[in-house]
Design a protein around this ligand. Sequence first.
Ligand code: ADP
Ligand code: ZN
Length: 736
Amino acid sequence: MPSHLPAPAPSTRYPPGSVVAVQLPLPIGGAYDYRVGEQFSVADGDFVKVPLGPRVAQGVVWGPAAGGVAESKLKAIISLLDCPPLPAVSRRFIDWTANYTLQEKGLVLKMAMSVRDALDPPKPIPAYVKSPEQPEIRLTPARQRILALMADSPPRTTTDIAREAATSPGVVKGLYEAGALTKVQLVPTQTRALPDPNRAGPVLSDEQATAAAAMRQAVRDDSFSVSLLDGVPGSGKTEVYFEAICEALGGDGQVLVLLPEIALSAQWLDRFRARFGANPSVWHSDLTMSQRRNTWRDVATGRASVVVGARSALFLPFRNLRLIVVDEEHDGAFKQEDGVIYNARDMAVVRAQLGAIPITLASATPSLESVLNAANGRYRLHGLPIRHAGAEMPDVKAVNMIKTPPPRGRWLSPPLAEAITKTVGAGEQVLLFLNRRGYAPLTLCRTCGHRFQCPRCTAWLVEHRLAGRLQCHHCGFHISPPKQCPECETEDSLVACGPGVERLAEEITTLIPDIRMTIAASDNIQSPRAAGELVRRIENHDVDLIIGTQIIAKGYHFPLLTLVGVIDADLGLQGGDPRAAERTFQLLYQVAGRAGRGEKPGKVLIQTYMEQHPVMQALLSGDKEVFIETETIARRDALMPPFGRLVSLIVSGFDEAAVDQAALALARAAPSGKNIQVLGPAPAPFALLRGRHRRRLLLKASKDTAVQPLVRHWLARTERFKKVRIQVDVDPMSFF
Ligand code: ADP
Ligand code: ZN
């Protein structure tokens, strides 16, 4: 979090003839100087068109000129774009983010203005009215219907007319060409209903009401504060922060809600609509260009009051942002791992501080960072320890896979298989959680032991039997399963090893042949619509059993779901990630939280070989405090975040020798000091990814070290190698 923020610079106007800095949304760090022409003046934040070499680029006025450009070389700003300026707080946020994450400022700006055409005013839409003088024409029934429709009609578009009059667009065109209709240009206007903060919400429980009142107060205080809403799944966190949203919507306030996977938030949107009587604006990568353009402009002009979005919504040009909510704040999906590498949860806190507004972080399993910030008083803690309406927390039990193993070649232990049969027999629903897409994670040759590996990545090819492929989950490489082993050429010698969701489905069918079952994995649930359909099928009880990866683990509320089975609880504990235990706990706790959310109590069975592991113990006892304590001590001893700071440097390229040279050069130039340690270079776990060879270095420093200047100087004094990329990841979350 920023501790010393510069005072907001007043927005200056620059008269014709002055020279200003213009930041362009390109991979460049600083702004370029341009002269203000004679026709107009500009101000900080204005969007402008400028010449850039032979091209024309759009950029933002970023302040007075840096200077140093010869008068004769200075080019003039071409024009001022007709759109609201980028607010000062957005500009400071971009500066701050670029500085903190050590990314090019232009690339951060690009996230704030990447929408093509959004900077131009909306294009007029051609429409028609009935001509005042009607020509003599042949009147077919279709033509008659159109002319009747248009008798006293306001202008309508071709599509509208064709639909209303039940004709084809061609008939409309014919009437226009004959002179019976006249063309006019419509300026598109937004007539969408806005969320209504004055609708009555549910009657809150005492605990919910206390938390809601505190959050409403935080909004009224109109200053920076962080609230951590820590409540068990189903305790009503969403209802509580909806109250804060109501408060912020008074006046012309705007609210931003960040969700980890907006494509999967169908239920959230339903609830929002039920509470506020209208849709929020949504922002995610699945939108069409025109949806993006409209939303961007609506946010900039203040017409959009609530925006719900994925990470990048944080960079929208809010005109009057009054509240930010980050739901499922612990979720790793908030970390953007490519392009500009940043953590949207952390940057959201910064954005709130820069804007002097409150922010709410909500989760049933807050990150250790947030828990400790609450413990030391930097964040305000609001706990919701019980489920709404007396629904009980599920009964969690371990299935010891050593004592009660599944039969050979199967993955369901006898106790879990029995529980499934019983639950489905009772007309209730089951969720089986297995975080492995496809049929089997590894295919090998029984004769020679050959394993199918991606030629471009350090990864096995995963069999997807439904799609008939062996597929790499990292680069998209795939082949059809061959008839014979490519190594020893033996026929029919390939075997699938380990389970994926498809294989588990096969096993379920042998257990209960007529079961109604569905698989929920990113392979078949790819859009908000697909997710919405899935949710409705589960809600309508069209399925008895769901086999899901992590996409089904979060947030959903299915009252009939009473049994959750975790197939391989130990899966996430492997590997050298310092957060492996925390992540596994969070994920399995969330999964378990899907059970028993209605009137019937839920049951959770966790298949594990490590019953004594602290993660399993915490899940079994339902006591996350003990887990947090153990985890805190472990991190403190290892000086891992949040007790120490980390920066990863990932060196990659297609030429392995050059990558090694570059990594060694970095190691030679590495900073040293009392509280600083540089580990590596070492081959990354994915030593090969999409054809690029990868090496990692890790800077470990004490909590009070300012790592950015350290890394900046380090990079500046390191010899660079052509065609080798160095990616900097400040506060890394993953170590692949
Ligand atoms: P969480 O976000 O903590 O998982 P939710 O806000 O999703 O919890 O609440 C779980 C369910 O209980 C939802 O269906 C929600 O509408 C309902 N609920 C929570 N609080 C109330 C309340 N005070 N009155 C009525 N329904 C409530
Ligand atoms: Zn690959």
